[in-house]
Design a protein around this ligand. Structure first.
Ligand code: ATP
Ligand code: ZN
Ligand code: MG
Length: 327
C-alpha cells in the first residue's frame, strides 16, 4: 500500500465536517452508501448488496466498459457475452463449490402440482416458509465472468499456436451481503481471458498489470498493486490462500474507497496455472494442458472509486477524467 495516500485525496463532499466529531449534538455523518442513496445514484431494494443504478451511474459503467475496450482493442480478443446464469453441470465441474460454497447462488423453481401450489400460497399468507417445493434448476448464477467460457473453449479443440484471447462481461452473483457499497451481491465484471503456454499467459498478465495501473492513475485514482488471495472456504481454504500468495498467483489493484485502511480491489490479475486447463481438458497445440489467466475489472467498484474521489456530481469531475470517459 502506498503510505503517502492521505484522506485529503478523498473528495471533501464525502468526508464528515471537520468539527462534527467535537460536537455531541452533530448528526452522525452519512455513510458513503447513504450518500449514494440520497443522490439517487444507487437505489435501495431492502437487501444489502442488491441495488438499482441511476442513469448517471450507468453512464460511468458504460464509459468504463468502452475505455477498457479501447485499451485492449488492438489485441484482437474475441468478444463473447453470456447471460448471468450458467449451466449447473458446468458449475459443478468447475470446482467452485470446493473453494467457495458460501458465495454460490443457485436458481430454484417451483416444481409441484396444484395441491403443492395451494400449500405454497397458504404458507405465503401465513408468513411461513413457502420454498419446500422449490427444486434446483439446471441454472446457477455466474460467480465470475470467465466461468461459462472454459467449457466453450475446451469444446473447440486444441488451441492454436498463439493461444486464445477472450473479452467477456457479465453480471456476477456472490452471496456476500454487506453495507459497503463496493461489496454487492450482483455486480458486473469485465474480463479479458488468455489461454496458452505459461509464458503467453504470464506475459498477458504483466501487460494488463501495467495497462490497468495506467488506466486507473490516468483517471486520477490513488492506487496500489498488492498480492492477494481468493476467499477460500474453511480451514483447508487457508492453505489454498497461503499457497496462492506464496506463488504470486493473484494481484489486486486497490483503491481507497470505503476507507484508507482497507482499500478496495477494483481490478484483479489472476494466473490459474493449469487449473482450468486440467478441469476442462483445454489443450495446447502439442497436446499439453493449457494454462490460463484473466484480468477482471469490477465496473461498479471503479465507478464507486471515481465517485468517492471526484465527487457525486459527474458534471463537476475533472475535465481530463470526463474527457477520457465521455470524450
Ligand atoms: P474481494 O477480495 O474484494 O472480495 P475478489 O478477490 O473476490 O475481491 P475477484 O474474484 O478477483 O474479486 O473479482 C474480480 C473483480 O470483480 C474484483 O477485482 C472487483 O473489482 C470485482 N468484485 C468482486 N467482488 C465484488 C463484489 N462483491 N461487488 C462488486 N464488485 C466485486
Ligand atoms: Zn476470470
Ligand atoms: Mg471476494
Amino acid at each position: 500500500m502506498d503510505q503517502s495516500l492521505s484522506s485529503d485525496r478523498l473528495h471533501s463532499d464525502l468526508l464528515p465536517a471537520a468539527d462534527a466529531a467535537l460536537d455531541d449534538a452533530a448528526p452522525e455523518p452519512r455513510s458513503f452508501l447513504d450518500r449514494l442513496f440520497d443522490r439517487g445514484l444507487l437505489i435501495r431494494t431492502g437487501v444489502d448488496g442488491l441495488y438499482g443504478r441511476s442513469g448517471a451511474f450507468e453512464s460511468v459503467v458504460e464509459a468504463l466498459d468502452r475505455l477498457v475496450s479501447r485499451i485492449g482493442g488492438a489485441d484482437g480478443a474475441e468478444a463473447l457475452r453470456f447471460p448471468p446464469g450458467m449451466a449447473r453441470s458446468s458449475f459443478e465441474r468447475s470446482g467452485y463449490l470446493k473453494g467457495f460454497p458460501h458465495l454460490a447462488g443457485t436458481v430454484h423453481s417451483f416444481c409441484g402440482n396444484e395441491a403443492d401450489h395451494a400449500r405454497l400460497l397458504a404458507c405465503l399468507d401465513a408468513g411461513e416458509d413457502w420454498t419446500a417445493k422449490q427444486a434446483a434448476t439446471d441454472i446457477v448464477l455466474t460467480p465470475a465472468a470467465c466461468y461459462p467460457l472454459y467449457p466453450v473453449a475446451a469444446a473447440r479443440g486444441r488451441l492454436p499456436a498463439d493461444g486464445l484471447l477472450f473479452d467477456l462481461q457479465s453480471y456476477c452473483f456472490r452471496h456476500e451481503p454487506s453495507l459497503e457499497p463496493t461489496r454487492m451481491q450482483l455486480f458486473r465484471m469485465r474480463e479479458y481471458v488468455r489461454m496458452g503456454t505459461p509464458e503467453q499467459v504470464l506475459a498477458f498478465r504483466e501487460l494488463w498489470l501495467a495497462r490497468g495501473t495506467k488506466m486507473m492513475s490516468d483517471l486520477g485514482l490513488p492506487l496500489a498493486i498488492d498480492p492477494a488471495n481468493d476467499p477460500f472456504f474453511g480451514r483447508a481454504g487457508k492453505m489454498l490462500a497461503n499457497n496462492q500468495r506464496a506463488q504470486a498467483l493473484k494481484f489486486e489493484l486497490n483503491v481507497p474507497v470505503n476507507s484508507e485502511d482497507k482499500p478496495t480491489a477494483c481490478l484483479s490479475f489472476n494466473y490459474h496455472q493449469d487449473h482450468f486447463g486440467t478441469t476442462w481438458g483445454i489443450e495446447q497445440g502439442d497436446g499439453s494442458v493449457a494454462h490460463t489467466a484473466c484480468v477482471g475489472f469490477g465496473l461498479e467498484r471503479i465507478t464507486l472509486a471515481l465517485l468517492r474521489h471526484h465527487g457525486l456530481d459527474l458534471d463537476a469531475w475533472p475535465a481530463d477524467v470526463r474527457a477520457q470517459l465521455f470524450g
